[in-house]
Design a protein around this ligand. Structure first.
Ligand code: AMP
Length: 218
């Protein structure tokens, strides 16, 4: 199964895809995680991406498409994958289509997570991430048991540099301008399914499973 999880920053793309990795036993491809790894390693790409990411703008299609292409061709993706944070522009969607055609992969569904702007800001300003394993917590909806400490691996929790209110508002504007057109793009292809993602993770899982049942013949 090949899926795209679409949605504004903070809509829950990472949360849903982490759940689906376990349920569907396929890897997630998160271009944001890939970029953050490059930044952490101080690679030439990471150095370039760091500044762009800090403002909430998008890294160029050229760089992202190349990253994606290399990843999708790896053997771990041969039985399917969940795309989290890619595509973010029409150009990326078209490139994805080309790569998938080359590899004889079929895109099964695009899940569009729908959340209000108010909740997005609340979620993102309260998000904390584990420096060691990448697990996500939230000060208001899903706090760690011990302050600043990951429940899973005891790593230190930190706030992403782009999770401040100014950058969040910019990311939302970028989302509306560059990414929202994908809703229409995939809608026209008959692949888009909306999922109201304002409640917790179990509600999201339930709604996702319902979508899967309704579309089992696709
Ligand atoms: P995310 O973790 O998906 O919220 O992404 C964090 C940041 O990484 C974004 O605000 C962008 O600067 C960059 N980024 C991640 N994925 C992409 C993409 N597909 N295209 C361009 N920039 C991206």
């Amino acid at each position: 199964m090949n899926l795209i999880i679409l949605g504004a920053p903070g809509a829950g793309k990472g949360t849903l895809s982490d759940l689906l990795i376990k349920e569907l036993k396929i890897p997630k491809i998160s271009t944001g995680d890939m970029l953050r790894k490059e930044v952490k390693e101080n690679s030439p790409l990471g150095i370039r991406a760091k500044e762009i990411m800090a403002t909430g703008a998008l890294v160029s299609d050229e760089i992202i498409n190349e990253l994606l292409k290399n990843k999708i061709k790896q053997s771990e993706c041969k039985n399917g994958f969940i795309l989290d944070g890619f595509p973010r522009t029409i150009n990326q969607a078209e490139e994805l289509e080309k790569i998938m055609k080359e590899l004889s992969f079929k895109l099964d569904l695009v899940i569009n997570l729908v959340v209000s702007e108010e909740l997005i800001i609340k979620r993102l300003t309260n998000r904390r991430v584990c420096r060691k394993c990448g697990a996500n917590f939230n000060l208001f909806s899903a706090p760690s048991k011990e302050k600043d400490t990951c429940d899973l691996c005891a790593g230190v929790l930190y706030q992403r540099a782009d999770d401040n209110e100014t950058t969040i508002r910019n990311r939302l504007q970028v989302y509306m301008k560059d990414t929202q057109p994908l809703i229409n793009y995939y809608g026209k292809k008959g692949l888009l399914r909306d999922l109201a993602a304002e409640k917790g993770i179990s509600d999201m899982a339930e709604k996702f499973n319902k979508i899967m049942i309704e579309n089992k013949n696709m």
